[in-house]
Design a binder for this molecule. Sequence first.
Ligand code: AVJ
Length: 328
Amino acid sequence: MQPQLHQATPGVVRFYNFLPPGDTFLADVLAGLALPQKAIPPKYFYDERGCRLFEAICELPEYYPTRTEMAIMRSHIAEMAQFAGPGAQLIEFGSGAGIKTRILIEAMQPPLYVPIEIARDTMEAASLQLAARFPWLNISGLCADYSHPFELPEFAGVPIQKKVVFFPGSTIGNFTREEALEFLRRVRRLAGTDGALLVGVDLKKDKKTLDAAYDDARGVTGAFNLNLLTRINRELGADFQVKRFRHKAFYDPVMGRIEMHIESLYSQFVHVAGKRFNFAPGETIHTEISCKYSVAEFQELGRKAGFSPVHVWTDPAQMFSVHGMIAI
Ligand code: AVJ
């Protein structure tokens, strides 16, 4: 790889908080528990313990997505960097601990990296690690909830040829297919005319493999799911008795998605901020979906959003896919 000019100048690291003032956690939990099918959005999994548990999930033998995507990226990183092009600004949604980002930045050498992540401490810690590793890299870290529209800040002084959006981990699976289309349309607008998209998408496969990936033998995914109740107790002063609930996750082949729930083991009631919520035995709080796509299905979604699918990289067993798409 050619050394680049910007390597000589030290990069600037900035952090922005784009979360709306006033916490939405309480309002979302109260509204979610009042629904006929109780539901709480998955973005609330990621408190400090939730982030740690998610990282532990990524190491599980049953949870193939992280390591498979990493292997795909390692095998094809030169081609991916060439697809992204030199001089492109790299924008990453749901950047998390940022391990895949490292090899992409190394290969791509972007003048500016913009991680967007709801978990502020995780985003800042990962950014500082990247800054230490790539001293020339400019970083503008955004703490934001990208399930809602927002605008990127201006980045003065960084010459940008084009924007490349990186959305790894099949996090796009947390959206319904309709929401994913809406999200991709927003990404298309944000990326602009010459924009490109690199997105990791988990593939449809047999139910047994998928069920195990979301209900592992060691119970780490269960701890991750139930940690939501612990967080609600701590942050919202609720009185969930976590032991009276259990983790439930399964693949629905008709919907092509994992559903994750927290199931009440008994008839019981719980208070959140002075409001009482009843649970029947077997009643659930729906906490997450994780949609699975075929390659063709995701390419069609990309087309509908204004992208032209030009690359798809997969592993030999066709477990996971990374799509390269350009704006049209
Ligand atoms: C972070 C949304 C990609 O859906 O596979 C892992 C979250 N939930 N195990 C996924 C998750 C349960 C994960 N994503």
